[in-house]
Design a protein around this ligand. Structure first.
Ligand code: UD1
Length: 410
């Protein structure tokens, strides 16, 4: 098998046949970790019923995007790391599939559980479905209805082949029904990402510590600050768009100091396009990708968050912090209807106006959506344990049933 194998002997096929067969839980990229952490804990709490085995595809690998999160979230070390790394979508997806197949042969799981919408999600779901292993998708049914987003393709396809679909908001079921997915496969459980947020809020690193020594420190602590993340290819890979967005940030920063936590993709584009000097260092602090607890501390005390991330739209809603989403659409409509999110597109003037509006009015406060209560992972584990048991009984009954031969009518 390719990749690093730790504790391989702990998870041998033989070892898993006596008790419940394992649930192979897949993570690959940064936003997966905060979703998977509470699920792993909740599955483990069910003893032998649904023992989790964590598999990392290695889609993200930088310490700042990866190890640091595992430590902060108290995640176990993955049993297997497929170490696929970066590549084009086709190569990355294909490579994950090739390397994941032997993992299923080895562990013979009761199900494969995938989260979110990254390339690792669809790649592992597809391998499992083709091998007849049930697929469980957590955060199912979200739709931006924008097929130019790679994540939208990943969501639609994963949901089609999933046997069990756990949703974070009620609108997801309607999206799934419209795609022909039967209601009995869909279970509304709430939001596992918010489980992690609520569990870690008291351990968040205070903003004052993260901002200490930066040129914006005094202004930010005295008069507030904004937190910015940008990483979507549609926003950062095109020079003209990136110039426009940085221009908007420059303008906003004259009124509100900003902290920009840069994804490696965005950093690479800023360097490549020669845009490093665009922002005023006295008003915008450019930081490397932040750890989970640092980001939580920064966001929870921010005046506003400006982002193109899916996860931050939900986290700001849970925190009651106004969020301006630099996209024309969102797959998370509840953050707009009930939460603190506002779509402001990628037009510089619109973004600046939206930010000024937040400064003038305090912005949306919203309320926490239904079942974003810190217990979504427990609901998943209880339901999944019952589902796996019922499925085994059904399979046992089917294999024990007498073979009935149907004779041709004379
Ligand atoms: C992926 C997800 C996206 C998610 C994002 C969070 C897909 C299709 N996209 O996008 O939904 O919001 O993760 O971060 O799966 N890179 C590094 N170090 C790393 C990882 C990536 O330097 O550890 C750089 C590489 O140059 C790489 C680029 O970032 O080519 C893009 O990485 P990739 O995993 O392809 O997608 P993301 O943009 O991170």
């Amino acid at each position: 098998m390719t990749g690093t194998e730790s504790h391989a002997q702990d998870h041998d096929r033989d070892a898993t046949t006596s008790a419940g067969r394992p649930i192979v839980c897949v993570v690959g990229a940064r936003p997966n970790y905060m979703k998977m952490a509470p699920i792993i804990r909740a599955l483990a709490a069910h003893g032998d019923a649904v023992p989790p085995i964590l598999v990392h595809t290695g889609q993200h690998y930088d310490a700042a995007m990866n190890d640091r999160f595992f430590t902060a979230l108290g995640m176990p070390r993955p049993a297997v790391n497929l170490e696929v790394g970066s590549a084009s979508h086709a190569v990355q997806t294909a490579e994950i599939m090739k390397r994941f197949e032997p993992v299923l042969d080895r562990f013979d799981p009761a199900a494969v559980l995938v989260v979110g919408d990254v390339n690792s999600t669809i790649a592992c779901a597809l391998v499992a479905a083709k091998k007849g292993v049930p697929v469980v998708h957590v955060e199912a049914g979200l739709r931006s209805y924008d097929r130019k987003m790679p994540e939208e393709i990943n969501r639609v396809l994963t949901d089609q082949i999933a046997d069990l679909l756990y949703t974070t908001e009620r609108s997801a079921a309607a999206n799934l029904h419209a795609e022909g997915i039967a209601d009995e496969r869909i279970v509304f459980v709430g939001n596992v990402m918010i489980d992690t947020l609520l569990a870690n809020l008291s351990a968040a690193v205070p903003a004052g510590i993260t901002l200490a020594g930066l040129p914006i420190e005094q202004a930010a602590l005295a008069g507030g600050y904004g937190v910015v993340t940008l990483h979507r290819p549609s926003n950062v890979d095109d020079r003209e768009t990136l110039v426009r967005l940085l221009g908007a940030l420059r303008e906003i920063s004259q009124r509100l100091p900003l902290v920009l936590a840069l994804h490696p993709r965005t950093q690479a584009r800023i360097d490549e396009f020669g845009l490093a000097g665009t922002l005023d260092a006295k008003r915008v602090a450019i930081l490397p990708p932040q750890g989970y607890l640092e980001m939580l501390g920064l966001m929870s005390k921010a005046t506003l968050v400006l982002t193109d991330s899916g996860g931050l739209q939900e986290e700001t809603t849970a925190l009651g912090v106004p969020c301006l989403t630099v996209r024309e659409n969102t797959e998370r409509p509840i953050t707009i209807a009930e939460g603190t999110n506002t779509l402001c597109g990628t037009d510089a003037q619109r973004i600046v106006e939206a930010a000024m509006d937040v400064l003038a009015t305090g912005g949306k406060r919203g309320r926490s959506p239904e079942l974003w209560d810190g217990h979504a992972a427990e609901r998943i584990a209880s339901h999944l344990a019952g589902w796996v048991t019922a499925r085994h009984h059904l399979l046992d009954a089917a294999s024990a049933a007498p073979v009935v031969s149907i004779k041709k009518a004379a």
